[in-house]
Structures are given as structure tokens and as C-alpha cells.
Design a protein around this ligand. Structure first.
Ligand SMILES: Nc1ncnc2c1ncn2[C@@H]1O[C@H](COP(=O)(O)OP(=O)(O)OP(=O)(O)O)[C@@H](O)[C@H]1O
Length: 572
């Protein structure tokens, strides 16, 4: 629970208020017992008149009211503490996610992962709402009661002090015993739900194969296993609460016995004192018992806290930028450039150069690092070593905004936001409808827009739902046409596009290449054939670089590609 404790310690003011409230609560509980004792003693032992006990009755009512108010405030502060911690964790996670470099977003930022983590923040609620206030209460209340009892009758104080640890010890023993079983129960549950989902999804196939009955039996067995584990945990839970109640009863019984001896045999204790001890003892044991159950509730927050803190502690590799403004046609140069995914695939580029306004392509077998290289050169991934120069200036000295203003990056799966087509193309910049329409036309979407009843005002779902891969790329191209970049990074789709879309994409790139340096990760022969300059990537290294004529001599990969010739439309 170290992580949770550390989070709680950031809210010392709340903890201080909780401490104060519980000191007052302790005083109220003692005062309430004192008032009850005085009323009973006056009425039964001293036969006083009603008039004389009125102040005690009023005192009792006041203590009861104050106690209710303090308990309410205690719960409110717990709630508020939990709200503040969860709010700041949500903020911390969102800040973290917005800063995560693109390279890491793929591995950590899927929608379902975000949802799971945000939901897990709510699972830490019981720790702050119940456990923390209860820990503070259990630290202060029994202590104050103990001081009062020691003051009234030290012998009873000793009995209460010695019997108290049995309650937390029992809880710890039960916790240890049930932990393994609960873990097994969780495993059973996930096995059961996995199997259930699997069978449900494959039901039509199973029916066709006549295997429905067998699967139903398997499901029954899994269900039985889960039931048995749950029941065995429940058995321990029931037995344990019986055991703890027994300890409390024995503790109070022992106290009664000792008090009885002192009152009747040794006559060293007055009735009022004895009654006070017996009236306050249940408060003492109950608050210890409540800590145990709050502890179990709080433990449920543990796994969620671990997940959240793991996410928060994840190392970031942000791309560093500087203040040098960049514009005009771009030239790229790189030396000894290296990049590695967390202990995974490694890219190393000894030497790389791309002249201004050249039309270059990166080729190579699948999974060898073409996209990775494109991303490092575009400044989406941070290089680990080496130097990358843009127009002769080190990349880290370039102003990030001016770079992205000059650049268009068209990935294999461009992201479209939930919003209108106009918003998705203009991306926050101001363009007239004519300009937007023209850009969409140049990227071959003319027919498509005219078929849309709402035209540019058509709403596009999150992630471009309802648009094909080719349409998404064409919307991304339209963005590029509006931007008029001087550097274009284009990751050609690997998935098969229809001939017409392919032609439109090629024409669009041709149009962009008139005014920009274009670097394409190419998968298609027509694109490769149009290249003025080529790079071959194999095993994360640039194995050849030059004009198509150069490569026919220096690169066996390029030679074999050209040999396969026109019959092979794809390099894969
Ligand atoms: N985010 C990532 N984390 C870890 N490894 C990755 C990540 N992205 C890619 N890789 C790995 O890096 C290697 C190179 O991937 P990359 O996408 O650069 O290859 P590619 O040559 O562009 O492939 P393709 O032609 O199939 O698109 C692959 O082995 C891939 O599995």
C-alpha cells in the first residue's frame, strides 16, 4: 500500500482535519458514556429526582448530536480526499498521455487501455473514502478510550490493552489465508469468462460440427470450479467473522469478570466506574473490528493503484526541439543515426542524405525498418544517437512549429477526428470552402463529396468510422494540398488499394512533388519506378542508396525487384 500512502500524504490538510475530527469524536464517545453512567447511577443508585438528571440528559443528547455530526464530517472528508486524489490522478494520467511521444502511443494508448486505467482510478476510492478515515479513527479512538479506562481502573485498562492485538492479528491471518484463494478465484473467473466468450463466439461453427453438447458440458465444469472456489472463500469469511466476534465477546466477558471481582469481592470499584468501563468497552473493540473490514475494502484498491503508478512511472522519450525557424525546400542529412524500440528492433543508419526537392523512396522487405526510419527522419520518433540535420541545422535546434508547418506526414492509417469533413481537412486553420473543396478534388474525392447530402458539413466519426483506408488517406492528402508543404513524408499503404485509388494517390504525390521534397516508403513498383533517388533498408540498416541506375549495380535487392518486373505489382 506504499503507493496509496504516498498519494494520501500529498493531502496532509485532509489528514490533519481527519485527525482533529477523530480526537473530538473520541472525547464525545467518552462524554456520551459518562453521561449514560451518570444518568443510570443517579436514577438507580442514588435515587435522585428527574430535575437533577436533566443536565445529564441534555448533555447526552448534545453528545449524540455532536457524534452524529462528527461521523458525518468524517465520511465527507474521506469522500473529499478520495475525490481530490482521483481528480489529480486523472489529471496526471491525461497530462502524461498528452506528452507521450507518437512512438509510444501505439503500445500504450489504445482506447480500451485508457478506459481501463480511468476506471481503475475509481477502484482506489474505497482506500481514501473508507480505509484512511478508519485508520485515523482506530488510531485515536481506542487510544483515548484506553487513557480514560486506565484513569478509572488500570486493571481493566490492562485487559483491554492485552486483548486488543488479537483482532488485527486475526485479520492478518485471515487475509493471508484468503489471499491465495482469492487469487485462484480471480484466475477461475477469467478462465470461465474467456471460455464462455470463446464458445459463444464459435457457437455457429460448433453447431455446424455437431459439438454443441460437449461444449455445454465443459462450460458446466468451468462454472462448477468457479462456484466451489467462491464458496470456499465465503466459508472462511463467515468463520472469520464468527472468530472475531468471539474475541470481542471474550474480551468484554473478561472485563466484566474482573470488574465484578473488584466490585463485589474486593469492593475497590464503585458502580459508576464499573458501568463506565462496560459501557465504553464495545466502542473500543468495535472500532478495532471496523479497521479490519476497512482494511479488506482498502486492499481491493491495491491492484488498481499498482497499475496506475506503473503507468505514471513509465519512462517517456520526448522528441527535443529548439528555436531555429525553418522554411522553404528541405534537405535531410543524417550520420550514425540510431533508434531502438524498448529492447526490441534496432535501426542504425550510418549515412543518409536527401537533396532538396528530390523525389525519393525507401524500399526493402517487410518489417525491416522502413516506417521506423521515416518516423525518425520526420521527427516523430526521437533518435537515440547520431545526428540528423534539416537544411544543415541539427534537428534538435529547429523550432517544432515551423517544422510541422513546412511538413506533411501521411501515414498508412491517417487519423480522422470526430467532426465535420471541413474540420478534418482544414485542421484548425482558416480556409475558404472553395479551397477545401479544391483540395478534396485534387485528392480524388470529388465524386465522393457530391454523393454526401451534407457535403463538407458531413460528420465523420471518431477515427474516420465509415471511411475506407483509401478514403482516409485521400482526406490526409487533401490536408497536405491545403498546407502546401515543402517536405512530404508518405507511408504508402501496404494493403491492396483498387487501381483507381492507387492512381489518384500517385497523381496526388506527383502534384505535391512539384514543390516539395518527397520521401515515400514505397510498396508498389509504379511508385518505385518514379523515384529519382532510392534507399534500400534491410535488417534495420541502409544497405544501398543512390539513383535507380546506381542501385541496379549496388543492390541485389533492387536488382531482384526489377527482375520480378511488371508482373509483380507489390514488393511484398
Ligand atoms: N511500436 C513498436 N514497438 C516495438 N517494435 C515495433 C514497433 N513498431 C514496429 N516495430 C518493429 O520494428 C520492426 C520494423 O518495423 P517497421 O514498421 O519499421 O518495418 P517496415 O519495413 O516499415 O515494415 P512494412 O513494410 O511491413 O510496413 C518490425 O520488426 C516491427 O515489428
Amino acid at each position: 500500500m506504499k503507493t496509496l500512502q504516498a498519494w494520501a500524504m500529498q493531502y496532509r490538510l485532509f489528514l490533519g482535519i481527519l485527525f482533529l475530527i477523530n480526537v473530538l469524536l473520541g472525547i464525545t464517545v467518552i462524554g456520551q458514556s459518562y453521561a449514560i453512567v451518570q444518568i443510570v447511577d443517579s436514577v438507580f443508585m442514588e435515587s435522585t429526582t428527574f430535575q437533577q438528571i436533566v443536565p445529564y440528559l441534555m448533555g447526552l443528547a448534545a453528545f449524540l448530536l455532536i457524534r452524529t455530526f462528527l461521523n458525518y464530517t468524517n465520511a465527507r472528508i474521506g469522500l473529499s480526499l478520495s475525490h481530490h486524489v482521483r481528480h489529480s490522478l486523472r489529471n496526471a494520467l491525461t497530462t502524461k498521455w498528452t506528452k507521450i511521444p507518437v512512438e509510444q502511443t501505439g503500445e500504450s494508448l489504445t482506447g480500451s487501455r485508457i478506459t481501463t486505467l480511468i476506471e481503475q482510478i475509481d477502484q482506489i476510492d474505497p482506500y481514501f473514502r473508507e480505509y484512511i478515515p478508519q485508520v485515523i479513527k482506530t488510531t485515536i479512538l481506542p487510544l483515548l478510550i484506553l487513557i480514560a479506562v486506565f484513569y478509572v481502573n488500570p486493571n481493566s485498562g490492562w485487559i483491554m490493552l492485552i486483548t486488543a492485538p488479537f483482532i488485527p492479528i486475526s485479520y492478518i491471518l485471515i487475509g493471508v489465508k484468503t489471499q491465495q484463494k482469492s487469487e485462484r478465484q480471480l484466475a477461475e473467473l477469467s478462465r470461465f469468462s474467456g471460455k464462455f466468450l470463446d464458445i459463444l463466439q464459435g457457437l455457429p461453427t460448433l453447431k455446424l460440427l455437431g459439438r454443441g453438447k460437449e461444449q455445454s458440458d465443459i462450460l458446466q465444469q468451468n462454472n462448477q470450479g468457479f462456484q466451489n472456489t467462491t464458496l470456499s472463500i465465503l466459508k472462511i469469511a463467515f468463520a472469520s467473522s464468527f472468530f472475531i466476534e468471539l474475541i470481542i465477546t471474550l474480551g468484554i466477558g473478561l472485563l466484566a469478570l474482573e470488574i465484578g471481582f473488584q466490585m463485589l469481592v474486593y469492593e475497590t470499584l464503585a458502580f459508576a466506574s464499573a458501568f463506565f468501563i462496560l459501557a465504553i468497552a464495545p466502542e473500543y473493540y468495535n472500532s478495532l473490528k471496523e479497521l479490519g473490514s476497512a482494511f479488506h475494502t482498502g486492499r481491493g484498491s491495491l491492484a488498481a493503484a499498482e497499475q496506475i503508478s506503473k503507468e505514471l512511472d513509465k519512462e517517456e522519450r520526448p522528441v527535443s526541439w529548439g528555436s531555429q525557424f525553418i522554411e522553404g525546400p528541405i534537405r535531410l542529412d543524417a550520420n550514425s543515426l540510431s533508434f531502438q524500440y524498448d529492447d526490441g528492433f534496432e535501426l542504425y543508419v550510418n549515412h543518409f542524405t536527401l537533396a532538396k526537392q528530390k523525389r525519393a523512396v525507401i524500399i526493402g522487405p517487410s518489417g525491416q525498418g522502413k516506417t521506423t526510419l521515416l518516423n525518425v527522419l520526420a521527427g516523430i520518433y526521437e533518435k537515440q544517437q547520431g545526428e540528423l540535420r534539416l537544411n544543415g541545422e541539427l534537428r534538435e535546434n529547429i523550432d517544432e512549429n515551423s517544422w510541422w508547418k513546412t511538413t506533411s506526414y501521411i501515414s498508412q492509417q491517417p487519423y480522422l477526428f470526430s467532426g465535420t469533413l471541413r474540420e478534418n481537412v482544414s485542421m484548425g486553420e482558416h480556409y475558404t470552402d472553395d479551397e477545401v473543396t479544391k483540395a478534396l478534388q485534387t485528392s480524388g474525392l470529388q465524386e465522393w463529396i457530391t454523393s454526401l447530402p451534407q457535403g463538407l458539413d458531413t460528420n465523420i466519426g471518431e477515427g474516420g468510422r465509415g471511411l475506407s483506408g483509401g478514403e482516409k488517406q485521400r482526406v490526409a492528402l487533401a490536408r497536405a494540398f491545403l498546407k502546401k508543404p515543402t517536405m512530404v513524408f508518405f507511408d504508402e499503404p501496404t494493403v491492396g488499394l483498387d487501381v483507381r485509388t492507387e492512381q489518384i494517390l500517385a497523381n496526388s504525390i506527383d502534384a505535391l512533388a512539384e514543390t516539395a521534397t518527397v520521401l515515400t516508403v514505397a510498396h508498389r513498383l509504379p511508385t518505385i519506378r518514379k523515384a529519382e533517388w532510392l534507399y534500400v533498408i534491410e535488417g534495420g540498416k541502409v544497405t544501398a542508396m543512390g539513383t535507380p541506375e546506381d542501385l541496379l549495380i549496388t543492390s541485389p535487392y533492387y536488382q531482384s525487384l526489377m527482375k520480378r518486373g511488371a508482373s509483380d505489382a507489390n514488393t511484398h
